[in-house]
Design a binder for this molecule. Structure first.
Ligand SMILES: Nc1nc2c(c(=O)[nH]1)N[C@H]1C(S)=C(S)[C@@H](COP(=O)(O)O)O[C@H]1N2
Ligand SMILES: [Mo]
Length: 198
């Protein structure tokens, strides 16, 4: 693995393989056409598609050392986090926000889904645990970036629980069982409650 070290002493252990398999693993010196902002790692930081930040996104990089997981540990490993942190396929409802009231009629749902380096195959929503309904996907910028999705649903007055799930381009579905963020990333379906008023 590659142990990256930061000016603040923080470290991350990243499998060498994900830095050499031709995904766009970056040493980033800029963002949005400008030098990297200080808070995001100026002058240089790591960005690795498909890995959580705690095992890949070292800001203010000072050193890259090729080593082994058996010989070195990243900052979070002895603090209860998994040694490896591949990003789990997941999805999110951004609108409407949880707990919002919306007028009856056509309600537009929208959000993002991600399955870095594989890509999103489909996103579905279900209302009150009913059948899954397929959302429309915006064209992916790349398999490593977030995919935007939307679905318009006709809803009459009442309370609704809406859930989202993503499936990657290999057909692997997002994990339904809820797991906390520690030690290796949360699972479960994002759920919002929407109050539809007449
Ligand atoms: N030097 C240093 N780099 C770090 C961290 C840190 O604490 N120190 N946190 C990591 C984590 S867990 C994440 S999610 C990202 C967050 O990057 P951002 O602040 O640019 O969003 O930085 C990563 N790089
Ligand atoms: Mo993080």
């Amino acid at each position: 693995m590659v142990l990256s070290r930061s000016a603040d002493g923080w470290t991350a252990g990243t499998p060498l393989e994900v830095l050499t398999d031709n995904r766009d693993a970056l040493l980033a010196v800029g963002m949005n056409g400008e030098p990297l902002p200080l808070e995001h790692g100026f002058p240089v930081r790591l960005v690795v598609p498909g890995l959580y930040g705690y095992v890949s996104a070292t800001k203010w990089v000072t050193e890259l050392k090729v080593t082994r997981f058996a010989d070195d540990v990243g900052y979070w490993t002895p603090r209860g986090w998994s040694e490896r942190g591949p990003i789990k396929t997941s999805s999110r409802i951004d609108v409407p926000r949880d707990g919002r009231s919306v007028p009856a009629g056509t309600v537009a749902f929208g959000g993002v889904a991600w399955a870095q380096h594989t890509g999103i195959g489909r996103v579905e929503l279900r209302v009150n645990r009913g059948p899954w309904q397929q959302a429309e996907l915006a064209p992916g910028i790349s398999t490593d970036t977030w995919y935007q999705w939307k679905l318009e649903l006709p809803l009459t007055r009442g309370q609704y629980e809406v859930q989202v799930r993503a499936t990657d381009l290999n057909g692997a579905a997002q994990v339904e069982d809820s797991a906390p963020v520690v030690p290796s990333g949360a699972t479960g379906f994002h759920t919002v409650r929407v109050d539809v008023k007449s």
